[in-house]
Ligand binder design. Sequence first.
Ligand SMILES: [Zn+2]
Ligand SMILES: [Zn+2]
Length: 458
Amino acid sequence: MAVDPSLDDAPEVENYVSHTLKTTKPLSPVTWDNFMSELNWLNVAILTIVPIMSILGICYTKLRWETALFSVFYYYFTGLGITAGYHRLWAHRSYNAGKFLQYFLAIAGAGAVEGSIKWWSRGHRAHHRYTDTELDPYNAGEGFWWSHVGWMLIKPRRKPGVADVSDLSKNEVVRWQHRHYILLILVMSFVLPTVVPWLGWGDAMGGYIYGGFVRLLFVHHSTFCVNSLAHWLGDSPFDDKHTPRDHVITALCTIGEGYHNFHHQFPMDYRNAIKWYQYDPTKWFIWVCEKLGLASHLKVFPENEVRKGQLTMELKRMREAQEKLSWPQDSNDLPVISWESYLEQSAKRPLILIAGFIHDVASFIDEHPGGARYIIKYIGRDATTAFFGGVYDHSNAAHNLLAMKRVGVLHGGMPLGVDDKLVPPSQRLRVARYAELSSPYNSSTACSDHDDKEGMLG
Ligand SMILES: [Zn+2]
Ligand SMILES: [Zn+2]
């Protein structure tokens, strides 16, 4: 079978998204004049009749506890058809399912009335591939309500970006569902939830309203939350390039699809939640199916790579914190001073040499916890040994503060190699961008770089 022809035709360009946006024309914007003709009336009907019938039904139909329990069960049943079936099995191929489980999920998913597997997965694959761009059918950049329902109510302004669904076109179960879709949605969304409570405990009307409409209303908006709430609420522990977020509230609303930041980074992983205590019933369901022999090859992204993502985000946050603080001047930015010049200048102002750096301690003499006497004693001298234990083994905080008073570097005065005395404790570990690594913070060659330069202290 041939692959999707649009893939073969796709030109090699530097950036597919910007190229496509430049070379294809969107439909004209929706205005009050063309509003009625731009609506997708089938979706408008489904998405308005279901809530209206639910509200009317709740007002006029008594809820029996058996029907309530059944409706909750049926919500999970049809919801899992979407989350474990449409989403994790067909859109992402995150595990293999035997024929029995595939038919089960295709039938359950039809009860959620969200389109056929093929249509749904086509859009979802484009959503992952072009997240937050105009080629993403539920682009979160268009706002919460657009990504929640707007994109279904109004005819799409653009065709979603290219996404390969040739595997689904070949899938027997997907084709079967596509063929019988109308019959399946009628039976699964209304007939079955009416018949079961009717035969079970004589509550056909309750089943029709609560198991049919109200349950469908919840399934709809809970799965729609994956496109809206999951791109809006929470944080980004794995990557912040795009809008997907992780939040327990979203997970509770979506049968476990709320760890969406993780999911967009590792879409082939059968899990959304990676910690055992996080709420992800879809993952538990797939896991149980594996134990029952109905599913296999559950894909899990290598832990090492998952942790890399987390660490990158932690480092990013640390870098931000680091940039909010003031740091001592780098030896490369300080003037290089000869010993004679140091002696001469320290006669005029309180300069102290420690670990090759010249410090101006004027503002600190009276605040020195050990007393002004010790500072004055070392003006114009090398106090390295005294500072690091000869007189008193100073605290890390003292060393950090000392480094803030740097005004110069003594010519030839720095020890070879990176010495702990040279680098204040607060800077021994620091977050550096890759580009910065080639110019090390405090290289031992700093002095030789400055060999022919001699300056005055600023
Ligand atoms: Zn998403
Ligand atoms: Zn997905």
